[in-house]
Design a protein around this ligand. Sequence first.
Ligand SMILES: Nc1ncnc2c1ncn2[C@@H]1O[C@H](COP(=O)(O)OP(=O)(O)O)[C@@H](O)[C@H]1O
Ligand SMILES: [Mg+2]
Length: 447
Amino acid sequence: MAPASPPPRRKDDFLGRMATGLTAISRGLAFSGLMLAGLGLLAVLIGSVAGLASGVGFVIVGPPWATGRTRMTVLVLMVLALFVVFPLLVTVLLGWTRGLASFTRRLAGQWCGVPIAEPYRPRPRGRGIRRRLAWQLTDPATWRDLLWLTANGTVAWMLAAAPAAMILLGLLGVTRPGGGPVVAVGPLVNGALGTFLFGIALLIAAPLVAPTLLRGYALTARAMLAPSDRGQLARRVEHLSQTRTETLDTGAAEIRRIERDLHDGAQARLVAMGMTLDAAGQLIDENPKAARALLIEARDNSAKALQELRALVRGIHPPVLADRGLADAIRALALDTPLRIHLASDLNGRGRPPAPVESAAYFAVSELIANVTKHARASQAWVDIRHAGGLLKIGVTDDGHGGADPHKGTGLHGIERRLAAFDGVLAIGSPPGGPTSVTMEIPCVLS
Ligand SMILES: Nc1ncnc2c1ncn2[C@@H]1O[C@H](COP(=O)(O)OP(=O)(O)O)[C@@H](O)[C@H]1O
Ligand SMILES: [Mg+2]
């Protein structure tokens, strides 16, 4: 047995806590800096709303000195401000507010171990200031951000800044015993020795309490900056109804494609076969040779119909996928492409994802491999399939020139939509020059 490592000595423990505390103090100061930036934003926002309101009032009441033309000019300027400058200013300020709030969320997770999710509604398609402003103003998260800026600027920041204030007070107590602001703390610390000792106590206590106060600050931030339960529910409903519509659309389009393929393919061949057999039946007595040729033609047609039906079935749900599972189906797919494909899978023997997930994953990989063949100029590709933590993770990487962009085609978007129906996501990394790496994650359990 390996010897147990000695328990950490108390001294190291204390020094470690002091070091952690000092880090927390500096982080608290950084949060206070962010608070100042937030206050500045809030002031400009309030100032511009107040400026606009007084401007409008000014025009309505009318400047006493203004006569016809001046008044007209002021009016035009006000209309311009109201409809162009003001919306632009507000949307920019709200954008910065979001940036600041998002930065605080990230830091709360990284520095204080209090992760905060982003609460914003997805940005609608299309551009334009008015659309953007409407999107910002109708999102409750915007108002919660503003509430946070106010709370942060008034009371919340004190939690973050308190340890630094304690250090400052402690230093004053130590360097100016008997005087300075420490005296104000009360009769207990009167006198030179009293303030000196009090200063020392503050200097030691500040780093010890700083991590707790910082965490308290992050928790306060979370109370306002995290998505509210209602907001989360609303976003979930929005997501579900959108993916449901897309799933229905995709399903309907798929059925139309199958119908068309059957109509133009197998059905047409069977009709032709019927006619050929008819003709052969009429010719069989008078001209057995011609009848025989027709029979051969009918047989060829039946083989082709069978081939087409098989291809159609493969496009709906390939038999190898149904029989042997995802990894083997992808292996079979890989054999049909000119690329060298390296497949790694940890699914073998561990069960299979639900059939709809398996099917979505299969078609996604087959689109990605087709992309590598068509667009990447790659010589090799790697497919990696794993299941861990309730997630099916599939990575497809190639050694091509990169530049994959979902906006340039329909395939990647199609995969995204297909995966969204299962709450799955697609991430694409494809810098110019390559390589391209596409990752998919689909929540599911293996059966
Ligand atoms: N593996 C890849 N390597 C390089 N470029 C790619 C790759 N995959 C996709 N692309 C680029 O991204 C675009 C979008 O792909 P996709 O949405 O599948 O559309 P499509 O394949 O129908 O063009 C492609 O047109 C291609 O330019
Ligand atoms: Mg494609």
